[in-house]
Design a protein around this ligand. Structure first.
Ligand code: ADP
Ligand code: MG
Length: 252
C-alpha cells in the first residue's frame, strides 16, 4: 500500500505545484512507481509535466464516476511517473462538490483502486481551503506545507494548522504533517534568513532540513513541460528537490 502525500497551503504562488511535480519526478527517478494527481482546476501540474489538459480523461471524470481511475491515468515523459490530470471540468467539480453528500470522501474513494499500484501518490492542491482541498486532505496520509520565505509567510499558517487538526479529528485520523518546506529561499537576503529562523523557531521539528532556493531553472522548467531534473539536472533547484525527495520518502 502506497503513501499518499497532499501538498497544501491555501496561499497561491508558494511553490505547491513546483514541489509536487519535482518531488514526484525525483521519487520516480529513484525507482519507485509514483502517481501525481492534479487536484487544482488551474492544471499547472498537468501542463508542467507536458500533458494536454484539454484532453480528457482526468480527475474530474473519475470523481463523477464516468471513468475508472486506472483508465484515466496517463504516463509521462518521466519513467515510473504517472499522472491523473486536471481538465477544465474540474473547476465545476469544486462548485458541485460542496453540495454532494459525503463530498469530503470522494477523492479518497476515487483513488482507492490505485493505492496498490503506486508506492507514492502526490496530490497537488488548489490555493484554497475549499472542497477539493478538504477532499484531498481526507485522502492523504501526510501533508507537505510549502512556505514561501517572504514577509507574510507565517500569516495564514495558523489557520491552515487549525484546519489540519480539524480534518484529523473529524474526518481523517491518519493524517499527519510530513513537514513544512521553505521555498524560494534567497540566502543573500536578510529577509529569507529571518523568515527561515522564525519558521524554524515557531515549528521546531516540523520543518524539513532541505530548503528550496530561488532558482530560475525551477521557474522555467514547466514551460518546457518537464521537471527540473530533466531540464537542468545540475541546477541548484534540481539538487534541492532531490535531497527533499529523500526526506519525504523517509517520512512515508
Ligand atoms: P503554487 O502551486 O503554490 O501556486 P507554484 O509552484 O506554481 O506555486 O509557484 C509559483 C511561481 O513561482 C511559478 O511561476 C513557479 O514556476 C515559480 N517558482 C516556484 N518555486 C520557485 C523557486 N524555488 N525558484 C524560482 N521560481 C519558483
Ligand atoms: Mg499550484
Amino acid at each position: 500500500m502506497g503513501t499518499v502525500f497532499a501538498i497544501a497551503n491555501q496561499k497561491g504562488g508558494v511553490g505547491k505545484t513546483t514541489t509536487a511535480v519535482n518531488v514526484a519526478a525525483c521519487i520516480a527517478e529513484a525507482g519507485y512507481d509514483t502517481l501525481l494527481v492534479d487536484v487544482d482546476p488551474q492544471g499547472n501540474a498537468t501542463t508542467g509535466l507536458g500533458a494536454d489538459r484539454h484532453r480528457p480523461p482526468g480527475l474530474y471524470d473519475v470523481l463523477s464516476g464516468e471513468v475508472e481511475a486506472r483508465e484515466a491515468v496517463r504516463s509521462t515523459s518521466v519513467a515510473r511517473l504517472s499522472l491523473l490530470a486536471s481538465t477544465p471540468d474540474l473547476a465545476a467539480a469544486s462548485m458541485e462538490l460542496p453540495r454532494v453528500a459525503g463530498a469530503e470522501q470522494r477523492i479518497r474513494e476515487a483513488l482507492a483502486p490505485l493505492r496498490t499500484d503506486y508506492e507514492y501518490v502526490l496530490l497537488d492542491c488548489p490555493p484554497s481551503l475549499g472542497a477539493l482541498t478538504v477532499a484531498a486532505l481526507v485522502a492523504a496520509d501526510r501533508v507537505i506545507v510549502p512556505v514561501q520565505t517572504e514577509y507574510f509567510a507565517l500569516e495564514g499558517l495558523a489557520g491552515l494548522l487549525d484546519t489540519l487538526s480539524l480534518i484529523q479529528r473529524e474526518l481523517n485520523p491518519r493524517l499527519t504533517i510530513a513537514g513544512m518546506l521553505l521555498t524560494m529561499h534567497d540566502s543573500r537576503t536578510r529577509l529569507s534568513q529571518d523568515v527561515e529562523r522564525e519558521v524554524r523557531r515557531h515549528f521546531p521539528s516540523l520543518v524539513f532540513d532541505t530548503v528550496i532556493p530561488r532558482n530560475v531553472r525551477l521557474g522555467e522548467a514547466p514551460s518546457y513541460g518537464r521537471p527540473v531534473i530533466h531540464h537542468d539536472p545540475h541546477s541548484s533547484g534540481a539538487t534541492a528537490y532531490f535531497e527533499l525527495a529523500k526526506e519525504v520518502a523517509a517520512r512515508a
